[in-house]
Design a binder for this molecule. Structure first.
Ligand code: BGC
Length: 793
């Protein structure tokens, strides 16, 4: 990102300056300094052992030489031992790791400890950061680097070597249960975030494990009658997808993590891709990841059900089976080696690659990371969490009530989620170091002169009466989302019964009671099925109940309050895109996502205008339930017979809305500031590498604030039948501008940026024709546009 500004920590970051400045920032703003991945150990490794006995401990040798020496000293049993995890109970026991590969003392091989995840350390109190979707909404990759560094710093201070993060998957289906863990629907935005996150993590000496490679686009729908079943479930579903869509949409974040951030590790996904398990696909693992992109780290399987066999997986890639060895257990892998199905040389090569990476990051030569919470700078990380929450908050509507002014004397705060900490379930569930509710933070910020009353919303009549008496009514709303199950519909509150028929879910369900009814039914509650469900989900949710909050009808609550008070503000603390049928009736709408442990304070500052909402939407908000590329076609979602046909191709997110000429409720990239801005002086010129776009952004309002110019490009179609998305984000920047201040913008596009994936040539290609370059405030608000004719490539 060019010209970005990280305001809270007070220094401008611009292009390469980001790189130099971030290490200083980490010390000043949150992280502790630490060995970087490139730190070369001294010639004698103090922690590995005696060189005379263990020649691989000679740190003057290359990582490759050391790895080969080590592997040549291992017995077959030891080799197999290090290819699988050992302690599936880790997360359940409360130890601050979610997986461990036991060390081999006799050889000086340390245990390898792994932790989740994208929102913070799991299984032990930690800084609960805003969800990755909020980070993506910040449109500030420098914040992604700081977040990666802060989380990795905690991962390390809990005694772990590797973090299962960031998530590099895209939102194809807004119902997807793990949308909140992603960086949204656009490959460029996700790529920028992933790369910086990985760099931040690995600069802390913690290996990043990006996940879930590839096409983990759905979790499936948990359906109960007649027996618990997951329809289109992640570990059985086969993503049927064309190569162009993978290359242009789903692969770029992974590709860049390898090429630009030298990511240490990749987690392969539960699902199948075009018939092959993601964890043993020759195409994904060998042809693309290793041979094309040059990945020389190692892979880790997703937990329990991702690895599907012994032989193909062992032959496909250097892979560690997690959380313990099933297919890579001693009996199965020994048998495979003895039968010749997996030559021992393959295991040697795999282990050599794993150890090469471990040697090169100093894993053998440094002291073991110890658990010590005192080494975590909790207040600095809290400052960062709040900064991300503020910079990721998207003001979707403001008819003038925000920011709250001094005339406001009575505030009605309404809604259960004003008093809770909404967060996603599953491996991204974090127990925070500390937490202040939005209600507490607002009451504090409002001060003694303002009366704050609270209504939880369960009694709509009382809430409406309270709203009518107040100067301003703040309605808090939220939704539920978790790994392991997709959402049933896009409304704030919904159960299986609310899912549209076109998703076939009601048909699958056969008119039986809703999931909620089933789960709360006393007979069902004591049945073995419920027990099995609990077994499956309890460890994932780590103590968070399966259905943490039961909202009645938040849409009705919002509508009623809006009718009672024209200065009503909705604050959404939710997992991703939701329907906002009442949006024209409320005065303002602030989308803060699941905002992490500092969310309350961030919300208070934003509402009172102590800062400017810095977020822009990282995914489109649909107008209606069926406004998404997979709705209405069960072959696409959840898939028939577990075949999820990604036949929408490259048209997901705003690419789909544009292609269909449908109006979203709020488009990708959209978000208001408390100030106003102009864009001028657009110039688009060719240069040797590609195209350079320049312009100027100015703050023409009377408040300082965030401006996020976005560059969209429309590519010409190379041939009949090869349709291009009307617009695709190609660059963006973020600036904090004082009133009257302006920033000069410069975006450099390479020929790859202007290329499409040519299926027949199996390569990137630039079509000859007219290219449209548009600069604007969202995918739908393109302020200035210029055309350039370019030759092919
Ligand atoms: C998730 C991974 C996570 C792992 C370990 C799996 O269920 O899919 O993202 O890292 O659990 O917690």
């Amino acid at each position: 990102m060019k010209h970005s500004v990280s305001r809270k920590c007070g220094f401008p970051v611009n292009g390469l300056v980001i790189l130099a400045a971030v290490s200083a920032l980490l010390v000043a703003c949150g992280g502790s300094s630490s060995p970087s991945e490139t730190t070369t150990p001294g010639p004698i490794s103090q922690h590995c052992g005696e060189i005379s006995e263990r020649p691989w401990c000679d740190a003057s040798l290359s990582a490759a030489q050391r790895a080969e020496l080590l592997v040549s000293a291992m017995s077959l049993e030891q080799k197999i031992d290090y290819l699988a995890g050992d302690d599936p109970q880790a997360s359940a026991s409360g130890d601050p790791y979610v997986g461990i590969v036991n060390g081999i003392d006799a050889l000086g091989i340390p245990p390898l400890r792994m932790s989740d995840g994208p929102v913070g350390v799991r299984g032990s109190p930690a800084t609960a950061m805003p969800i990755p979707l909020a980070l993506a909404a910040s449109f500030n990759p420098a914040l992604a680097r700081e977040t990666g560094a802060a989380i990795a710093n905690e991962v390390r201070n809990k005694g772990n070597d590797l973090v299962h993060a960031p998530v590099a998957d895209l939102v194809r289906n807004p119902l997807a249960g793990r949308s909140f863990e992603t960086f949204g629907e656009d490959p460029l935005l996700a790529t920028r975030m992933v790369v910086e996150w990985v760099k931040g993590s690995q600069a802390q000496g913690v290996m990043a494990n990006i996940k879930h490679y590839l096409m983990n686009t759905q979790e499936g729908i948990v359906s109960v009658p007649p027996v618990a079943a997951v329809v289109g479930g992640r570990s059985v579903v086969n993503a049927v997808v064309d190569e162009r869509s993978m290359r242009e949409l789903y692969m770029p974040p992974y590709e860049a993590a390898v090429k630009e951030a030298n990511v240490a590790s990749v987690m392969c996904a539960y699902n199948y891709v075009n018939g092959a398990p993601a964890c043993s696909s020759e195409y994904l693992l060998k042809s693309v990841l290793r041979d094309e992109w040059g990945f020389d780290g190692f892979l880790v399987t997703d937990y329990f059900f991702a690895q599907k066999d012994t032989v193909q997986t062992a032959n496909a890639s250097p892979m560690i089976e997690m959380p313990y060895g099933v297919f890579f257990s001693q009996p199965l892998l020994q048998a495979a080696v003895q039968s010749g199905a997996v030559p021992e040389q393959v295991l040697n090569d795999n282990l050599t690659q794993i150890f090469r990476r471990l040697f090169s990051v100093g894993f053998f030569d440094r002291p073991r990371y110890q658990r010590n919470d005192d080494n975590i700078d909790q207040s600095a990380h809290a400052v960062l969490a709040q900064d991300v929450a503020e910079q990721g908050a998207v003001l979707l509507r403001n008819e003038g009530v925000l920011p709250l002014n001094d005339d406001v004397r009575r505030i009605a705060v309404i809604g259960a989620s004003a008093q809770t900490r909404p967060s996603g379930g599953g491996s991204s569930f974090v127990t925070p170091f500390r937490f202040k509710t939005p209600l507490e933070a607002l009451t504090e910020r409002a001060g003694d002169d303002v009366a704050v009353s609270y209504y939880d919303g369960s009694d709509i009549v009382a809430a409406v009466a309270g709203a009518a008496e107040a100067d301003v009514a703040l309605v808090f709303a939220s939704n539920l989302a978790t790994e392991g199950s997709d959402r049933f519909c896009l409304a704030l509150d919904c159960t299986l019964a609310d899912a549209p028929d076109s998703l076939l879910l009601n048909n699958l369900q056969g008119g039986a009671p809703t999931l909620l009814d089933q789960l709360t039914d006393p007979v069902f509650a004591s049945s073995p099925i419920r027990e099995v469900l609990d077994q499956l989900f309890a460890p994932l949710l780590l103590g968070a109940p399966l259905l943490p909050v039961s909202h009645d009808n938040q849409d009705a609550l919002i509508t009623a309050v809006a009718a009672a008070n024209s200065d009503s503000v909705v604050v959404l603390q939710n997992s991703g895109a939701v329907l906002t049928p009442w949006r024209e009736q409320v005065n303002a709408l602030l989308q803060v996502w699941y905002p992490g442990q500092e969310g309350g304070s961030a919300i208070a500052r934003l509402l009172f205008g102590d800062t400017d909402p810095g977020g822009r939407l990282p995914l489109s908000f649909p107008e209606e339930e069926l406004d998404n590329p997979v709705a209405g076609d069960p072959r696409r979602y959840p898939g028939l017979a577990n075949q999820a046909e990604h036949s929408e191709g490259v048209f997901i997110g705003y690419r789909w809305f544009d292609q269909q000429s449908r109006e979203p409720a709020y488009p990708f990239g959209y978000g208001l500031s408390y100030s106003e801005y102009s864009l001028t002086d657009l110039r688009v010129v060719r240069d040797e590498g590609g195209v350079v776009v320049t312009a100027r952004a100015s703050n023409i309002g009377d408040r300082a604030g965030w401006v996020v110019p976005q560059l969209y490009v429309g590519l010409p179609s190379p041939a009949a039948g090869i349709e291009q998305p009307p617009w695709a984000l190609k660059d963006f920047s973020k600036h904090w501008l004082a009133p009257g201040e302006s920033a000069s913008l410069r975006y450099q596009l390479s020929s790859r940026d202007l290329s499409y994936w040519d299926d027949s040539a199996k390569d990137w290609a630039m079509a000859a024709g007219d290219y449209q370059f548009a600069l604007g405030w969202s995918s739908r608000d393109r302020v200035m546009q210029q055309q350039l004719s370019l030759g092919g490539l």
